[in-house]
Write a protein that binds this ligand. Sequence first.
Ligand code: NAD
Ligand code: UFG
Length: 334
Amino acid sequence: MNILLTGGMGYIGSHTAALLASAGHRVHIYDNLCNSNIGTLDRIQKIASQVIGFTEGDVRDTEKLTKVLRDEKIDAVIHLSGLKAVGESSQKPIEYYANNVQGSISLIQAMQAVGINTLVFSSSATVYGDPVYLPYDEDHPTNPTNPYGRNKLQVEEILRDLSASDSSWRIGCLRYFNPVGAHETGLIGEDPNGIPNNLMPVIGQVVNGKLPLLNIFGDDYETHDGTGKRDYIHVMDLAEGHLATLIWLQSNLGCHTFNLGTGSSYSVLDLLNRFEEASGQKIPRQVVERRPGDLPEYYAKADKAEKVLGWKTKKTLSDICNSSWLWIKNSKKS
Ligand code: NAD
Ligand code: UFG
């Protein structure tokens, strides 16, 4: 397949591009590099041992995107581009709606112009909001509590309307849980511009001396050790989930939603202890106030993806920590 990845230079996109290209697909990345670095392209190519196409562009530039889709004879699109900082989305909601919702409409229009109808969309577990029950299954009520989450839900709704209006579409909305880890080569990993918000990149910056210590946001939750629990999914398992979805969509029409998670959760301290074991490094930390908006715990019911797509996670928390450590070590050197 000829596959275009919007946002393919970012954390999840770069791992997915490497996996798809290694599996024999032709990959073209379309990214404006607002949260990524051109140097990643070489490293993806090194892993895949082949050339990966790249166009620098904004997903909202419908004309440019249309031309790339046509020129590269694209069969399917994985739409990963977007802004993703939950806190920032409350401070700059219009920027988020413009980039994430308007950007998705622009992509759909470009695909319509060229007649491409296979699309995989990066959604998020954040669409569920406060748990009515756990684990979240795909039928759990959706009630996102911030503009970022509402962006994701709105795009899903747009895609469902699109599919209802035109039965030729093949769409997968993938609700990611907490992506962590890095490629086993240590060549690519999570490398956000600016100060990170998420747990693993913060740990990385503590190890690399860019941050003095890790703030643990609360140790008084009703969990086994009081810290928040999440469903951490290895980014390469997540990449496999995209490939499984693309293959399945080749013989299935309509708009379909899948949780991509492991089905279990680990606490901040579980992850931290395992990381210290993997790295042999002591991570300085302090417990601070709960972060506003954080939930005590959530995790996926991941049965649908297994039953329908034949996909399930294979990697362990140790695989996550070992690969993250390799990546952090490598990025410290460069
Ligand atoms: P990332 O920031 O590393 O990658 C996103 C990429 O999109 C970046 O390379 C950025 O330069 C690009 N981009 C942003 N706006 C663009 C635009 N207007 N035009 C072209 N390119 C643009 O993020 P990620 O962690 O790889 O996330 C990928 C997708 O998965 C995002 O849509 C995100 O919302 C979603 N997601 C991420 C997580 C997570 O925790 N990482 C969880 C759930 C969902
Ligand atoms: N945490 C800390 N200290 C930090 C950062 C995080 O203690 O410096 C804790 C949080 O309180 C939480 C856990 O680590 O208990 C995970 O926090 P993250 O910020 O890594 O992840 P979230 O679960 O808050 O959110 C992430 C993404 C969202 C996405 C969601 C579900 O940031 O975009 O997972 O996929 F929607």
